[in-house]
Design a protein around this ligand. Structure first.
Ligand code: P6P
Length: 338
């Protein structure tokens, strides 16, 4: 009979965060509490995403499900779960979301003297849900200078280098949480039988070089010449890997990013005719993934400089993105900067 995994070898994310608190001496519990709120919401979204295939049985969006509740789009559902968890948790002053035009302020957090704000993409790639392709949540956490501050949109318009935490949840063949608080990047796999995220990928370091590139090549004709020339180099041996690359594009940012983070590779969404600033959002997609990537030894660029240096002018500002193995991103940049 298979030996049960020894309990002592399992480090849950709660335990991991507790240990980190001790390490960093930041033992206020506020920051840990905020992470816990996000983790709780991700478990609820995991449960619904994994039922998505049953929607035809449970009722599609807009219809009433068996309990009479109106079925909603999963990205709207996910947004509601994360906002509710942040509001009830009381550790967050305000949130910005891909699903909302403006920010949402949490009076409870303000009264408790909270000092964190969260920007998130609650369910990125949600158009892939009904074809059972992996999707993801991305979150970014800033600290404000004054506890209980009455936050405005301006408090979110900060460069990614000021983030205190960033993470993503990948709802794939298993559900994984990967996050950094600036010390290292660690991955946790949800064990549904325990309802716990367990440390499965400690101290993630992304390979300096890889041979996977992820891009929607249908846009090639609309891309800058430098990008075309870079992609041509991926199809030869004239690149840091010294070999012809492999194209892998799931069309779900978190899934493509996660694979490249572990195996080495580059994801690029450059400026195109349709999206002259690129398609991806700086605040809650490029910056948090850039923070994670650079903490793992990779590089995240807009083609010229680290995305972590870029200060958004608006909440939903788009930005070209070249992210992944450092040598590959720098190689791509060399084609863009003459
Ligand atoms: P395209 C999903 O809509 C998304 O934001 C990312 O998850 C994904 O990488 C990208 O857009 C796909 O865009 O234009 O290739 O369909």
């Amino acid at each position: 009979m298979e030996q049960p995994q020894k309990l002592r070898s399992i480090i849950t994310v709660n335990e991991f965060i507790r240990r980190q608190e001790k390490l960093t001496g930041v033992a206020t519990g506020e920051f840990s509490g905020l992470l816990m709120d996000l983790i709780l919401a991700s478990k609820i979204v995991h449960r619904e995403v994994n039922k998505a295939g049953l929607v035809n049985i449970l009722g599609t969006e807009g219809s009433a499900n068996v309990s009479g509740d109106t079925q909603m789009k999963l990205d709207v559902f996910a947004n509601e779960q994360f906002l509710a968890a942040l509001e009830v948790g009381g550790h967050c002053l305000a949130a910005a979301s891909e699903e909302l035009e403006g920010i949402v302020c949490f009076e409870g957090g303000r009264q408790r003297g909270a000092r964190y704000i969260v920007a998130l993409d609650p369910l990125d790639g949600s158009s892939n849900i009904d074809v059972n392709v992996s999707i993801g949540t991305i979150f970014a956490v800033f600290r404000v200078d004054e506890p209980g501050k009455l936050v405005t949109e301006k408090d979110f318009l900060r460069p990614g280098k000021e983030l205190v935490a960033a993470g993503y949840v990948l709802y794939g063949s298993s559900t994984m949480l990967v996050f950094t608080t600036g010390q290292s990047v660690n991955g946790f796999t949800l064990d549904p039988s325990l309802g716990e995220y367990c440390l499965s990928h400690p101290e993630i370091r992304t390979p300096e070089v890889g041979s996977i590139y992820s891009v929607n090549e249908a846009n090639l004709n609309d891309m800058p010449e430098g990008v075309k020339n870079y992609l041509a180099s991926c199809k030869t041996k004239n690149n840091p890997a010294g070999k012809v690359h492999t194209a892998r594009y799931i069309g779900s940012l978190v899934a493509d990013f996660h694979r490249n983070l572990l195996k080495g590779g580059i994801y690029l969404y450059p400026a195109t005719a349709k999206d002259p600033q690129g398609k991806l959002r700086l605040l809650y997609e490029c910056a948090p993934l850039g923070f994670i990537c650079e903490q793992a030894g990779g590089r995240a660029s807009d083609g010229n400089r680290s995305v972590l240096e870029l200060k958004p002018d608006t909440l939903h500002q788009r930005c070209p993105l070249f992210i992944g193995s450092a040598a590959m991103v720098r190689h791509a940049e060399s084609f863009l900067n003459g």
